[in-house]
Write a protein that binds this ligand. Sequence first.
Ligand SMILES: O=c1[nH]c(=O)c2[nH]c(=O)[nH]c2[nH]1
Length: 307
Amino acid sequence: MPTILGQNQYGKAENRVVRITRDGDTHHIKDLNVSVALSGDMDDVHYSGSNANVLPTDTTKNTVFAFAKEHGIESAEQFGIHLARHFVTSQEPIKVARIRIEEYGWERIATSDGNSKFIGADEVKHSFVRKGQETRTTQITFDGERWEIISGLKDLTVMNSTNSEFWGYVKDKYTTLKEAYDRILATDVSARWRYNWTSDDERMPNWEKSYEQARKHMLQAFAETYSLSLQQTLYQMGSRIINNRSEIDEIRFSLPNNHHFLVDLEPFGLKNDNEVYFAADRPYGLIEATVLRDGVEPKIPVDMTNL
Ligand SMILES: O=c1[nH]c(=O)c2[nH]c(=O)[nH]c2[nH]1
């Protein structure tokens, strides 16, 4: 049966580009997921395997990262227009470029001094929480006498665009990681905390207020900790909650280290001065620990944090 080629397109999908613009110590983030689909005179590559008209998908990926540096990202629309025009006007065989972009919004974390306008507060100039609501969780257990309440949250995504380092670690023959003195620190917070309210005879905590305060303290500790490791930041987040909320005795975190790798733009004659990053989704470091009030027994199951 004779066959013919129908509609076809190709390109690199889901280029996760993070562009930081540094305006003094105030940082701005653009976080995009860019998918490129090109079509045009591509019969030959399908019929005979001739790549003569094929701009590699790898090149389309590089173009996304190089354009983030060269042109900046004013808006997703403006960025997409630049890319689409480039592919169609620079490559004769390419007749149509379709650029799809998802943009993830970030807002600044408010400081602990109560200044919600963030003015004059250093920490928040580079500390962000992803827009969109996290998921709040709770588990209630009652044996007819005693209560156990373990509440928490998941998918609270945060990022510091500076004030994070990682160096001085063990190096064996398989270690290739370069020491970092100014890296992006980003994670999706999963946390479970246990209330010390266990009996109807005791005064019940205000659950709504407690949640809101626990969330606030963990965000502020994330923003205000100058981090030498995600482990250190985790401990600060936990102890800030335990120290400020007498109703909570124990908190367990599961924190993926959402790696952001600086893109090498040297091959394109561009200098990447900590501006353009590739946001990798896997594998990721996974840092988990419990922080406890001194003297209490740990009761949150180790494997519960990610449920
Ligand atoms: O904060 C970090 N903690 C680690 O244990 C670790 N390991 C690694 O490769 N990068 C990092 N970052």
